[in-house]
Design a protein around this ligand. Structure first.
Ligand SMILES: O=C[C@H](O)[C@H](O)[C@H](O)COP(=O)(O)O
Length: 424
């Protein structure tokens, strides 16, 4: 049985190691599954000469990584990828329990710093209810630990102070860990918020959002990948969490928004974050291109007006559908010319236009830095030549992309709230 689990862990780790590319900063998790990932990453670095920097989530992981020749750096900037194990992965939500290895606080710090947080686990970790099998580790300060445990007991979490050879277990951060039991029926988000309100609690093993995907390994060496929500899968969980914390007021009526701009202006990023914050559906206009258009773009040939007609029609239909459902929505598409925007308005009725405006230099630099996107950089100039910025009467919000995604979404939300645009 033990070997079965190891096969699954190794297989999941193997798939995750394939996500690492030269130039990346990678977060290394803690535990037996993460150890497989670190070992295989070390092998790739030696074999292929990958140039990567790694951030460890525990002293144990740091020692292993160092031994394998991985270059370790402190956590002082964002990471491209973090890969870690879990004690439980909830089917359907990808909420996690972590921390049976005692590294929960640093693991969460690293996970929240990564654009893409990937969970690897063997099949035994997949559960239909968080807390079904695993204890919930809660990291607490030593000072007043008894008092903190008493508060945890009041929450019906039945805390047990973790021991190590007869003494309390001490985390790398110098804290104690209380292993709790999640009562059946309890809402994990409510537990998290109650725990965070206790001064003695410095971290919890509940990872309730932000997993880009979970790779589950099976005894026969096969794997299944479970994708996270669109925001997490796009590596935007940290930005979304910051925006949620800001508590920005939303418009009373869910707005219909089209985010426009040339390639690499950040339409998908801003559109996803905006939709998430407003609680409305999201659609990437690129997904509405007929296959013939996608092939043309792939081969570096610009689309002509006739190519764009079926695509604009689909965009208008999507907005019209949202209007009928009164649910609001955010669609992202280049919509470079006034004529195209008017065509969409003709089919869909009025909507709020958000134009992401940026200099050629900045856009070109972004395109050069992109991995795996289907729009070649050569199309930027033809797009800039075609671009007609929104004109008077178009009810547009124009934002400079020379800011962080959080900053851009904040200013869009401010404009929406200030009613700079007419009702949709
Ligand atoms: O603190 C430990 C971590 O949260 C681990 O990721 C978790 O305990 C899973 O460990 P393993 O891969 O050994 O099952």
């Amino acid at each position: 049985m033990g070997t079965d689990f190891e096969n699954g862990k190794r297989a999941a780790a193997r798939l995750a190691v394939g996500l690492v590319e030269s130039g990346m900063r990678v977060g290394l998790g803690t535990g037996s599954t993460a150890a497989h990932f670190i070992d295989q990453l070390g092998a790739r670095v030696r074999a292929e000469g990958l140039d990567i920097e790694c951030v460890a989530t525990s002293d144990l992981t740091a020692a292993r990584a160092e031994f394998l020749g991985l270059r370790l750096v402190p956590l002082d900037g964002s990471l491209d990828l973090a890969v870690d194990g879990a004690d439980e992965v909830e089917f359907g939500t990808l909420r996690l329990i972590k921390g049976l290895g005692g590294a929960l606080l640093r693991e969460k710090l690293v996970a929240q710093s990564a654009r893409r947080f990937v969970v690897i686990a063997d099949r035994s970790k997949l559960v239909t209810r968080l807390g079904a099998h695993s204890k919930l580790p809660v990291e607490i300060v030593r000072h007043g630990a008894d008092r903190t445990c008493a508060r945890l007991a009041e929450l019906d979490l039945a805390p047990v102070l973790r021991a190590n050879a007869g003494s309390p277990f001490v985390s790398d951060g110098g804290h104690f860990i209380a292993d709790c039991t999640m009562p059946k029926g309890i809402v994990p988000e409510a537990v998290e918020s109650a725990l965070r309100s206790i001064a003695g609690v410095v971290g919890t093993g509940l990872f309730l959002s932000g997993s880009a995907c979970a790779i589950i390994g099976y005894p026969d060496g096969s794997t299944r990948q479970f994708d996270g929500d669109a925001v997490s899968a796009a590596g935007l969980a940290p930005a979304a969490a910051t925006l949620r914390c800001l508590g920005l007021p939303k418009p009373d009526i869910p707005p219909l928004i089209a985010v426009m701009g040339v390639s690499a202006s950040g339409k998908s990023t801003i559109g996803l974050l905006l939709a998430e914050l407003l609680g409305v559906p999201f659609c990437d206009g690129d997904d509405l291109h007929p296959e013939s258009n996608r092939e043309k773009m792939h081969s570096g040939r610009p689309l002509d007006d006739e190519d764009r007609m079926p695509w604009l029609h689909r965009i208008a239909m999507r907005l019209a559908e949202w209007r009928t459902r009164r649910c609001g929505g955010v669609i992202v598409s280049s919509l470079l010319t006034r004529r195209y925007r008017d065509l969409v308005r003709g089919g869909a009725g009025p909507f709020t236009l958000v134009h992401l405006d940026g200099s050629r230099d900045l856009l070109a630099a972004r395109i050069a830095a992109r991995r795996g996107h289907f729009m070649p950089a050569s199309l930027l100039d033809s797009q800039l030549a075609a671009l007609e910025p929104p004109q008077a009467g178009e009810d547009a919000i124009v934002v400079s992309i020379d800011e962080s995604p959080v900053g851009i979404v904040r200013s869009i939300m401010r404009s929406l709230q200030a009613g700079q645009v007419s009702a949709n």
